[in-house]
Design a protein around this ligand. Structure first.
Ligand code: TYD
Ligand code: MG
Length: 460
């Protein structure tokens, strides 16, 4: 048996000395050397070997021998929410849900909690923003008159954790993470340090107890979750509310999900009695013009697993000395790039014009397949001529003026045909092998081809 000998290991850098010193010779930190045991093989030669002596070895397992457990999910009863969650709430999972004030975070979460409670889950709704009475008022408005959801109005983290410990909920909500604070820190609630610390504690609690935790978070004006992006790394799932608070429709998008697909979206309508899921959202982002108008082009976008039709509107108008380029729901840098491509490869110049583009209904479109529709709506506004009746477009546009394919083109075309659209300009590589009933498809390889085609169609 190896004889135990003593050495001194620095708790900061892992450096090792044979005798005790006030200052670590490796990192010069004071009072960090602690006594550790070594076997008779002698003191470790380097700090890494020294580190290994600080803890016992753990068991390892062969990957194929590890039982792959499917996570247990509990549907919330809100189908559209379950869709973005990947099937429902996961035991021990932490969900962060962000969005503008007044968009419906508390409403959706309360509805989901009530749904979970009805399936027999123990639910705890911790409100830091509103009083318990205000939450009750909302629940009456939602028609949840006999809701058994437990409510706690509290902002001190230690008390929240103690209550959770006693009550042992299956699902707990912290609405919002910005209102809660820990006594351990001196900084104000909502500060980066507090938000981080509190989220870390709640995450640890979720992992230790199997409680599913939902953190509600505010969004800053710039659209990021207030405080730290670091929250996004800590949690398992990040959902964002999108949409215009003035319109009826709300989108919930998964931008990170350890238990499901990302970029899946759930669509809701805000009604007098809370949020109602919209199971067939493909046509909600179209403004119903009686006659085609200039500057409007319908895009078929693919959000998550469902194709959706979104109207892209452009307004091109005489600008001042430094013309403006503004976009709502679309990337502004991409707009600048598209204008350059339009000029260089199709000879359409907007240099002295203000250009505004908007995706109708407050929906945010991040996929490049929107490019072609953006270009065509700008061209249409510039010429003051509407695109043909029943027209759709999609396709990515490259800097060389080429039109690149979009994923799952067939599905997009079929959805548009289903909704009564009859003419399409799409990338060549997306051209359908079999004709799509009721739809005339023009497949193009280049931007100038698309622009030329639109001019021709306009004449027809
Ligand atoms: P809320 O869930 O409080 O938003 P958040 O928690 O994201 O700040 O939603 C508030 C808005 O929703 C408010 O303007 C009122 C509206 N609303 C309805 O239209 N119908 C309803 O049934 C409820 C409860 C709210
Ligand atoms: Mg709220």
């Amino acid at each position: 048996m190896a004889k135990e000998k003593t050495q001194y290991t620095c708790t900061d850098c892992g450096g090792i000395t044979a005798k005790w010193l006030g200052k670590c010779p490796s990192c010069n930190a004071w009072n960090t050397l602690i006594e550790t045991a070594v076997d008779s093989a002698g003191p470790a030669k380097n700090r890494y070997a020294g580190m290994a002596a600080l803890a016992p070895a753990s068991e390892v397992a062969v990957l194929c021998d590890i039982e792959a457990q499917d996570v247990a999910r509990t549907p919330t009863g809100q189908e559209e929410l379950d869709r973005v969650l990947g099937g429902g709430m996961v035991q021990g999972g932490v969900v962060l849900i962000g969005g503008d004030p007044g968009i419906g975070k508390s409403t959706l979460i309360l509805q989901a909690m009530d749904g979970l409670q009805r399936t027999g889950k123990r639910t705890l709704y911790v409100t830091g923003e509103e009083s318990a009475a205000q939450v009750a008022l909302r629940s009456r408005r939602l028609g949840l008159d006999h809701s058994q959801v437990q409510v706690l109005a509290e902002t001190q983290l230690e008390k929240v954790l103690a209550t959770a410990d006693k009550f042992q909920p299956d699902v707990m909500v912290m609405d919002s993470i910005q209102t809660v604070y820990s006594d351990q820190l001196t900084s104000a609630p909502g500060s980066v340090a507090q938000v981080r610390e509190c989220a870390a504690h709640l995450t640890r609690m979720a992992k230790a107890t199997g409680t599913a935790v939902v953190l509600v978070g505010h969004v800053t004006k710039e659209g990021a979750l207030a405080g730290p992006r670091v929250l996004e790394h800590m949690v398992d799932t990040v959902l964002y509310f999108e949409g215009d608070t003035h319109s009826t429709y709300r989108l919930v998008r998964a931008i990170k999900n350890r238990f499901g697909a990302v970029n899946e979206i759930g669509v809701f309508a805000m009604t007098e009695k809370g949020l109602k899921g919209v199971s067939n959202p493909s046509a909600i982002f179209l403004s119903q013009h009686a006659e085609p108008v200039p500057g409007s082009c319908v895009l078929v976008t693919l959000e998550g697993t469902r194709p959706m039709l979104v109207e892209i509107q452009a307004l091109v108008d005489t600008g001042g000395p430094s013309p403006r380029r503004l976009s709502v729901g679309l990337d502004r840098d991409r707009l600048a790039m598209l204008l350059a491509v339009l000029h260089r490869h199709a000879g359409v110049a907007c240099m002295d014009q203000d250009v505004f583009v908007n995706a109708v209904g407050g929906v945010r479109i991040s996929e490049p397949a929107a490019d072609l529709a953006v270009l065509l709506s700008i061209q249409s506004s510039l010429r003051g001529k509407p695109l043909p009746q029943g027209f759709i477009a999609f396709g990515e546009v490259g800097l060389a003026g080429e039109v690149r394919p979009a994923p799952r083109g067939q599905e997009r075309l079929k959805e548009a045909a289903k909704l009564g659209f009859t003419v399409a300009i799409i990338p060549k590589a997306n051209a359908p092998k079999k004709p799509i009933p009721g739809m005339t498809v023009h497949a193009v390889e280049r931007v100038d081809e698309a622009i030329g085609l639109v001019r021709e169609l306009g004449r027809a």
